[in-house]
Design a protein around this ligand. Structure first.
Ligand code: ATP
Ligand code: MG
Length: 434
């Protein structure tokens, strides 16, 4: 809505004129935002009505859905109105580390609610411009709609870092779980892979391709159910996803001959020893990336199913199929999967499991899921899975949580100085806050 009206009186000082213009602009922005928000809100309401109509819900069910929707809208508005900053949170503990920063358990000072705060160091993110507007509000809302994706509440920034305030998932991540256990049973694997199928499908339905499905991005909630960690944020920045990184492959690189000759127990030990380091490096790990993602010819959402096949292999065998001593070596193995994707005879797994892994890890044209997710759900490996209610039923491995801020499912991380005042510049923090 444009504001029209009388021009400032000529007797006004320049300073006053400027102030008037500024106020006008601010008001215009305020009202046009308000209108846009109102329209978006109406669209969401319409969408809800349409979905309910399609699902043929009874009146009572509709009423419940409507009130749940209204609660969510109110919460969203409330969070949007409050301009949060670092000083509104108390940092309790470092619970995770990634390539571009760290994740902390924090407590909001006024409400006492706990959240996970992801801190991304801008200097470490190569293409800074890309992250200026870290998340469109639309995306935040879209994610808030899904049970399968970690809910993000708010983001803000200062000169050095970006901050994402998300729901805290006390169950830890799948990488940590896999490092604790040698392998998972077929039953446990069936549960986690089935839930991840639904999680991946839910983001595909929203039009997203994750491209970086790996155990560290599968988080577990307080009941032990799977949620995907926020997606697409840093993937493009990691070297592991870039073909150039592998282009000048030095052919005289020491081949991982020793690695290849290890038995599967030693391979699993070596893998687990190096795993965490790999998760923290800006290179990232190419172990889970589909071969077509590396190629110039393009890729589609089916690349996420390949990654799931690699995870399933790792769950049952103890290490992923292409693991090697260097990322370059792994890349070569991924590209050469027809020869390198093999099963060690000394680790017995069922034929059904083997078949499904090979249906996930193959050319994308023939990959399971190409006609739709139903093809995956009806695969015989998933026999007995209650797809409709899996999230409400007990998880394969239950999580023990003693309090809302229990971090016993996370590894120990040393305190870092990422939030130290000497590193932070409070005045610029104020200026740059969105
Ligand atoms: P990416 O994997 O997208 O490149 P990253 O590695 O920097 O980013 P994440 O994987 O999101 O960061 O987080 C690092 C670790 O922090 C996770 O593996 C997990 O252990 C922990 N973590 C992240 N988000 C949450 C959360 N919402 N609740 C609990 N723990 C979390
Ligand atoms: Mg990660």
């Amino acid at each position: 809505m444009a504001m029209t009206g009388s021009t400032p009186c000529s007797s006004m000082s320049n300073h006053t004129k400027e102030r008037v213009t500024m106020t006008k602009v601010t008001l215009e922005n305020f009202y046009s935002n308000l209108i846009a928000q109102h329209e978006e809100r109406e669209m969401r309401q319409k969408k809800l009505e349409k979905v309910m109509e399609e699902e043929g819900l009874k009146d009572e069910e509709k009423r419940l859905r409507r009130s749940a929707h209204a609660r969510k809208e109110t919460e969203f508005l409330r969070l949007k109105r409050t301009r949060l900053g670092l000083e509104d949170f108390e940092s309790l503990k470092v619970i995770g580390r990634g390539a571009f920063g760290e994740v902390r358990l924090v407590q909001k000072k006024d409400t006492g609610h706990v959240y996970a705060m992801k801190i991304l160091r801008k200097a470490d993110m190569l293409e800074k411009e890309q992250v200026g507007h870290i998340r469109a509000e639309r995306d935040i809302l879209v994610e808030a709609d899904s049970l399968w994706v970690v809910k993000m509440f708010y983001s803000f920034q200062d000169k050095l870092n970006l901050y994402l305030i998300m729901e805290f998932l006390p169950g830890g991540d799948m990488m940590t779980l896999l490092m604790k256990k040698d392998t998972l049973t077929e039953e446990e694997t069936q549960f986690y892979i089935a839930e991840t199928v639904l999680a991946i499908d839910s983001i595909h339905q929203l039009g997203f391709i994750h491209r970086d499905i790996k155990p560290d991005n599968l988080l577990l909630d307080s009941k032990g159910h799977v949620k995907l960690s926020d997606f697409g944020l840093c993937t493009g920045l990691k070297k592991a996803h870039r073909t150039e990184f592998y282009r000048n492959l030095n052919h005289s690189l020491p081949s991982d001959f020793t690695f290849q000759n290890m038995n599967s127990k030693r391979k699993a030990e070596t893998w687990k020893r190096n795993r965490r380091q790999l998760a923290f490096s800006t290179v990232g790990t190419p172990d889970y990336i589909a071969p077509e993602v590396f190629m110039q010819t393009g890729y589609n959402k089916l690349c996420d199913w390949w990654s799931l096949g690699v995870i399933m292999y790792e769950m049952l065998i103890g290490y992923p199929p292409f693991c090697s001593e260097t990322p370059q070596e792994t890349y070569k193995k991924v590209m050469n999967w027809k020869e390198t994707l093999t099963f060690p005879p000394e680790v017995p797994i069922s034929e059904k499991a083997k078949d499904l892994i090979l249906r996930f890890c193959c050319e994308w044209e023939h990959r399971i899921g190409a006609p739709g997710v139903e093809e995956i759900k009806s695969n015989s490996f998933f026999e007995g899975v209650d797809w409709e209610h899996i999230r409400e039923r007990p998880a394969a491995i239950s999580i023990e949580i003693k309090s809302i801020d229990d971090t016993s499912n996370f590894d120990e991380f040393p305190e870092s100085d990422i939030l130290k005042p000497t590193v932070l510049c409070p005045s610029s923090q104020e200026e740059e806050r969105k």
